[in-house]
Design a protein around this ligand. Sequence first.
Ligand code: AMP
Ligand code: GLY
Length: 423
Amino acid sequence: MKVMVVGGGGREHALCWKLNESASVQEIICAPGNPGIGQVARCITVGAEDIEGLLALAVAEAPDLVVVGPEVALVLGLADRLRTLGFAVFGPSAAAAQLEGSKAFSKEIMQQAGVATAAFEVHHDIADAEALIHRWGAPIVIKASGLAAGKGVVIATDVATAIAAARDMLSGNRFGNAGTEIVIEACLQGEEASCLFIVAGETIVPLASSQDHKALSEGDTGPNTGGMGAYSPAPCVTKSVADTVLNDIVRPVITTLKERGIPFIGVLYAGIMICEDGPKTLEFNVRFGDPECQPLMMRLQSDLAEILLAAANNTLPDAPLQWRDEPALCVVVASSGYPANFQKGQAIDGLEEMEAMGVTVFHAGTAMNAGQLINNGGRVLGVTASASDLAKARHCVYAALKKLRWHGAYYRQDIAHRALRDV
Ligand code: AMP
Ligand code: GLY
């Protein structure tokens, strides 16, 4: 089959890399892709948010399957438009994508489905928001309801910070329209994990567990980012936690959506906090996590193309996927200054030497300039390895990173610290 992948980040590189292993895949095209993806797919410079351009590309290329990586295109209705044209699409409708596109909608669905989540209120007015913040006190969580590339959440440890964040969001200064509705939540304590599922109608197939590191700095401190590293499996996701997430969180949410006339095809990603009284939902995403996808694809043994095509056709078998036992770990290398301001256009070298040491370097925000690889975004590389145990995988990645020659590189030194705290 010919597969079209939409997106140009580390997640899409990992997806293309895995699709390229599949016996049933003859050709992969990727829009817009990136220089790393170009090693395994034909990249076409149509932006991942250019819905009309992507539709025209699909019509011209006639892929047998379209896989939509990023959330923005899904929220904008790309999957609906492609399905109307008769394409097999892996990715949810705009209506289903509201689970990620509107945190207020997501909370409403969780409430209706009876799913464990933090207490919350939705606010549009700063005076009402301030009153609630004073009533609940700190710590308290302030979230922009709309899409904010993983950066729209402030965990405020004092009331003044919470009020400033709420004001900043509601005024439209910080996230534009995405912030003019906010969700104010009670702050949950516990360990976080990412639980992803391939969903096609009633069929829900779990992916292996993983854990992301959303904070910028070591020890999970500093501002939230799109994700600074991830590994799989996450030991905190015991069988009992995994069963609870499937049966008490994901199944009821899919059923509730269906009752509202919103079927789901794609990845449902439950970000969970494992609290003392069990797992609670922090958020839903409607696509593979980035960077969780990178270690997950390294561990997946089943044929990715077959799974995604079956899901797209609503014929996904209700059978577990096959995974390598070896853990895998990804360290994200970002442009220093990310998630705020950073410089683009710096030369990046040393990737061949790194790969010779056993890692796979997934590209995210890279570009080519006159034959030289340069940084072109906030999160730039996902250096990923698997090994017989997690400590060895981590050692392999950090040893390879010593060979990276890029003066603006920033990465966390402690990816997987929670799983390895006893080592
Ligand atoms: P979200 O985009 O909603 O997952 O939020 C991003 C990150 O903020 C999460 O991965 C958590 O680390 C943190 N977070 C979100 N909601 C809460 C909450 N209610 N309590 C504690 N931490 C939270
Ligand atoms: N890694 C978190 C996300 O993809 O939203």
